[in-house]
Design a protein around this ligand. Structure first.
Ligand code: MRU
Length: 349
C-alpha cells in the first residue's frame, strides 16, 4: 500500500480524509496544492508529509521560470517556507525540506536546469530510503514480538503514514509475516479517527487480525491482561527520548506502565530532533475546533462550546521501554544510545 506517487511532475495522493469509505486520488500540480494537501491532512503521518514536502519542492522548483541562480534560490526559499508553514510538530517535514534545500544549495554553481533535476532526484531518494528504513524498523522490531501476542497501537503509524510498510505497523507486519499469530487492538484515536479509519482499514486489507476499540477502553483491556505490548509511531523525538505523537499516546503510555506492559516507539532517525533537548521544547499543533465538535461533518456538541484540540502530546522518556529504529532498538538512557547509534553511523561513512 503506497499513499503517494510522483510521476510526470505530478504528485498523486490517496485522500486520507475520505478513507475508508472512498478511495479518492488528489493530484498536486503546484507546490501550493501540495502544501494545502499536507495542511488539510489529505496526506498525514510524519514520514509521509516529509516525502510529500520534498516532492512539493520539486514541483515548485520545476515551475520557476528563470535562468538566474540568484532569482531561482529566492523563489526556492519561498517554496520551502510555504511547505514549512503547513504543520509544526512532525520534524520529518523540516528534515526533508532542509535536506532537499541543502542539496540544491551545495550545487548552486550548476545551471538552474541541473539544480532542478538534483532536487527531483533528492526527493526520489528520500522516498526510496523511507521504504528501506521502514523495512529495517519492521525487522528490528519483530525481534521483541512473541508468538500469540496482542499489540495495542494508537493513531496510524502504517503504510499510509509513510511511503510503505509504516513504522509501528511495519513491526506488526513483519511479526505477522513471521507467522507469530499476533493480533492488534487499534485505538480509534479521537478526534481525527486515524485508528478507526486508517489503521483498522490498512490491517484489514493485509488480513492482519485487528480489533477496533474506543480510546477510553485501552486501560480496561490492559488490566484484564489482554494486551501484551504497545507500539506507536512518533512525530518528533527529543534528545532525551521524550516523544511527541498523536494526542492520547501519553495516556496509553501511563496505563501501560501501570499495568507492566512494554511500551515501544517505532520511528526512523529522521524523527529524532537533535536540536531539541526535551519534550517541553516540541511545538504542538492546535487544530480547528470542528474536529472535536463534529464527526464526519455532523455536529455532536452544542453551538458556541469552548474547545481545545491539541493534535499531539508528549510522552516522557521514562514511560518508553525502547525506541525501534532502522539502526536497531535504542534503550534508556536515550541521549546516550542516540549518540552511540549516530557515532556508529559516522564511523561507517
Ligand atoms: O496528525 P497525524 O495523522 O499526521 O499524526 C500522525 C501520528 O501521530 C503518527 O503516529 C506519527 O506521525 C508516526 S507515522 C509513522
Amino acid at each position: 500500500m503506497r499513499p503517494l506517487e510522483f510521476t510526470g511532475g505530478i504528485l498523486s495522493l490517496i485522500d486520507q480524509t475520505k478513507l475508508p469509505l472512498k478511495k479518492k486520488i488528489v493530484k498536486c500540480r503546484t507546490y501550493e496544492e501540495t502544501a494545502k494537501a499536507i495542511k488539510d491532512m489529505i496526506v498525514r503521518g510524519a514520514p509521509a508529509i516529509g516525502v510529500t514536502a520534498a516532492y512539493g519542492i520539486a514541483i515548485g522548483a520545476a515551475a520557476i521560470k528563470t535562468i538566474s541562480n540568484e532569482e531561482f534560490f529566492k523563489k526556492l526559499e519561498l517554496i520551502c517556507q510555504t511547505l514549512r508553514n503547513t504543520r509544526p510538530t512532525a520534524v520529518n517535514l523540516f528534515w526533508a525540506i532542509d535536506r532537499v534545500y541543502q542539496k540544491a544549495f551545495r550545487n548552486k554553481e550548476l545551471s538552474v536546469k541541473d539544480i532542478k533535476q538534483i532536487i527531483t532526484d533528492e526527493a526520489y531518494l528520500i522516498e526510496k530510503e523511507d521504504i528501506e528504513t521502514n523495512k529495517k524498523i519492521g525487522i528490528a522490531g519483530n525481534e521483541i514480538i512473541q508468538a500469540n501476542w496482542t499489540i495495542l497501537t494508537h493513531c496510524n503509524a502504517g503504510a499510509l503514514a509513510t511511503t510503505e510498510y509504516g513504522t509501528a505497523l511495519s513491526v506488526i507486519r513483519f511479526a505477522h509475516w513471521a507467522g507469530k499469530n499476533i493480533q492488534v487492538f487499534a485505538d480509534e484515536t479521537r478526534p481525527y479517527l486515524q485508528g478507526a479509519r486508517l489503521t483498522a482499514w490498512e490491517l484489514q486489507q493485509d488480513h492482519i487480525p485487528v480489533t477496533l476499540i474506543c480510546d477510553n477502553m485501552a486501560g480496561c483491556f490492559m488490566k484484564q491482561g489482554l494486551i501484551h505490548c504497545v507500539i506507536v509511531g512518533a512525530d518528533r523525538i527529543a534528545l532525551n527520548g521524550d516523544t511527541a505523537n498523536k494526542i492520547g499516546t501519553y495516556s496509553v503510555a501511563v496505563l501501560a506502565k501501570e499495568n507492566n506492559i512494554p511500551f515501544y516507539v517505532a520511528a526512523p532517525f529522521s524523527t529524532i530532533d537533535l536540536k531539541t533537548e526535551t519534550g517541553e521544547q516540541i511545538p504542538i499543533e492546535e487544530r480547528k475546533p470542528e474536529e472535536v465538535t463534529h464527526i464526519q461533518g455532523i455536529r455532536i456538541a452544542p453551538e458556541g462550546i469552548k474547545v481545545r484540540n491539541p493534535a499531539f502530546d508528549v510522552t516522557p522518556a521514562c514511560y518508553i521501554t525502547g525506541i525501534i529504529t532502522e539502526r536497531g532498538i535504542l534503550y534508556p538512557p536515550y541521549q546516550e544510545s542516540l549518540f552511540h547509534a549516530e557515532a556508529q553511523r559516522m564511523q561507517r561513512l
